[in-house]
Design a protein around this ligand. Structure first.
Ligand SMILES: CC(C)(COP(=O)([O-])OP(=O)([O-])OC[C@H]1O[C@@H](n2cnc3c(N)ncnc32)[C@H](O)[C@@H]1OP(=O)([O-])[O-])[C@@H](O)C(=O)NCCC(=O)NCCSC(=O)C[C@@](C)(O)CC(=O)[O-]
Length: 254
């Protein structure tokens, strides 16, 4: 599909646009790919031929391992650090501001920013094996940029449970707590159900669907400022000694 970690965007005749991301390190996001994902979503949002977007990743095992830890470890100044987290903020905002419904298919584990993408989806389907984890506190940073989207979808109790315990939570737990709208037994049926749903959503009036989406996101108009400021907080933390040490330990597997 896209072994070098590119974003692909393909319009189907039924008005569904398939946007696929991928990276050899468990579909983690370096900043270059965050930029490309935002551009693909913005372009699809402006395209009159696109009525619904499916956002999915390649492979069967990991939907998305969040921020690319190699890039995080290499960052050495506050401006670059903030810019990295702004990349995730812009992705969440692009998904929120896109006038087309975005369906996300989670075919395996989702961690950190990967959980944020699921939370920013208008409709999220997942396999029964699609466990989730917020690992940020265990590497001395925080899920600050993605947390508002998680709280909106799951409520404060579930979002605080998983952000504080940093443990794996099952797909069933994610479904019961509102992150995943539907669970499918395996990857094949996930992709089939996703495409069927997207085809149905693409048949709606674009204007009515855009207004519906806008209404579902009421109350989040202040997010651009919140996420900008949270990216700065994350950027400051990632340069701290505990974060540098934890990131280095992840790479050396100590
Ligand atoms: C994904 C599993 C479960 C697979 O677990 P596994 O199948 O046991 O594989 P593994 O752990 O042996 O990983 C295979 C290779 O992928 C690499 N790898 C793996 N993940 C990453 C990554 N993210 N970035 C860069 N490299 C990664 C890993 O280093 C390794 O490299 P190798 O030793 O073969 O050279 C495991 O590797 C894992 O837990 N990865 C770490 C996930 C993680 O902690 N992600 C960071 C989240 S922080 C974040 O997203 C910040 C954000 C956006 O939320 C901040 C905010 O909201 O403000």
């Amino acid at each position: 599909m896209n072994p070098n970690g590119e974003i692909t965007s393909q319009l189907q005749p039924n008005g569904v646009r398939q946007i696929t991301f991928g990276h050899p390190a468990h579909n983690s996001f370096p900043s270059s790919q965050l930029k490309a994902a935002v551009a693909a979503i913005d372009t699809a949002g402006d395209d009159p031929e696109t009525s619904c977007i499916v956002f999915r990743s390649q492979g069967d095992r990991t939907f998305c391992a969040g921020a690319n830890l190699d890039e995080l470890l290499a960052i050495d100044n506050p401006a670059q650090a903030k810019e990295f987290f702004l990349g995730f903020a812009r992705l969440i905002l692009a998904m929120k501001n896109c006038p087309k419904p975005i369906v996300v298919a989670v075919q395996g584990k989702a961690i950190g920013g990967g959980v944020g993408i699921a939370a920013a989806a208008d409709y999220c389907l997942a396999t029964e094996a699609a466990a989730i984890k917020l690992s940020e506190l265990s590497i001395a940073i925080g899920p600050f940029v993605i947390l508002p989207a998680l709280v909106r979808k799951m409520g404060v109790a579930a979002a605080s449970e998983m952000s504080l315990d940093t443990e794996w939570h099952s797909a069933k737990w994610a479904h019961q707590n509102g992150l995943y709208q539907r669970l499918l037994p395996d990857v094949k049926s996930l992709h089939q159900a996703t495409d069927e749903l997207a085809g149905k959503l693409a048949g709606h009036s674009q204007l009515a669907a855009a207004k519906l989406k806008e209404t579902l996101w009421f109350g989040t108009e202040h997010w651009p400022q919140v996420l900008d400021e949270r990216a700065e907080v994350s950027g400051g933390l990632v340069l701290s000694a505990p974060a540098k040490a934890a990131l280095a330990r992840f790479k050396t597997k100590d």
